[in-house]
Design a protein around this ligand. Structure first.
Ligand SMILES: [Fe+2]
Length: 213
């Protein structure tokens, strides 16, 4: 008869020549029921109604899914960028990725503190995001930047709308996060990207355009 048990039971008993590990046995390979299903809300003593928290959680999860997608698109382009602006864009894309990662954490933690559940896994994010899926392969810089700008605009429109709704409902914290962090960061990143798509000469000035001619 076997003396071995699964680690999760915590009753690994001694076999011949083996020391009894007792309480030191890690109880791995465990599963249990969910303690809160997705889409439900726990009540927090925040002075906000359940309806208000629920509405903020729903809009924040949409902004979260789109922000996680944009964050990952920045890393894709950081790795795959090519051409004579490789070095500066490689660095810029990584800087923006880091800033988007910080937004992801702020948004997700606000969802949790409101009593909701933040989306987390790539599968769930892919099903939820409004940002169009880019191909797996590499694309040219103008296309990379255009895709990033489109993602930023989707987030900016959603974040401004959600911020106004949160303010109207009295959820000032969500409004502040969306305006002060999400909108401001995305607007600034749009500027840094869009200026790369201005078709100006690199070496020789275009004299034909001087004086408005
Ligand atoms: Fe890197």
């Amino acid at each position: 008869m076997s003396t071995q048990t699964t680690p999760a039971t915590g009753n690994a008993s001694k076999t011949k020549g083996q020391a009894d590990v007792g309480e030191a046995q890690p109880l791995y390979a465990q599963r249990g029921r969910e303690i809160q299903p997705y889409g439900t809300l726990t009540r927090m003593p925040l002075g906000l109604g359940e309806k208000v928290c629920g509405a903020s959680v729903a809009s924040l999860n949409q902004v979260l899914a789109d922000t996680m997608t944009l964050r990952d698109m920045y890393k894709k382009h950081h790795w795959q960028v090519a051409g004579h602006t490789f070095y500066q864009l490689h660095l810029l894309f990584d800087k923006h990725h880091k800033e988007q990662s910080e937004l992801v954490d702020s948004i997700a933690e606000r969802i949790q503190l409101l009593g909701g559940i933040s989306l987390a896994m790539a599968h769930d994010v892919a099903e939820t995001t409004s940002v169009p899926r880019p191909p797996r392969g590499r694309e040219e810089v103008p296309t990379q930047i255009s895709r990033l700008l489109e993602a930023h605009e989707i987030i900016l429109k959603a974040a401004r709308g959600a911020a106004r709704e949160a303010a109207d409902a009295g959820d000032d914290g969500t409004n502040d996060l969306l305006v002060s962090e999400v909108v401001r960061t995305n607007e600034l990143q749009v500027w840094f990207l869009a200026e790369h798509l201005v078709d100006t000469p690199m070496i020789r000035a275009d004299q034909g355009r001087q004086g408005g001619k």
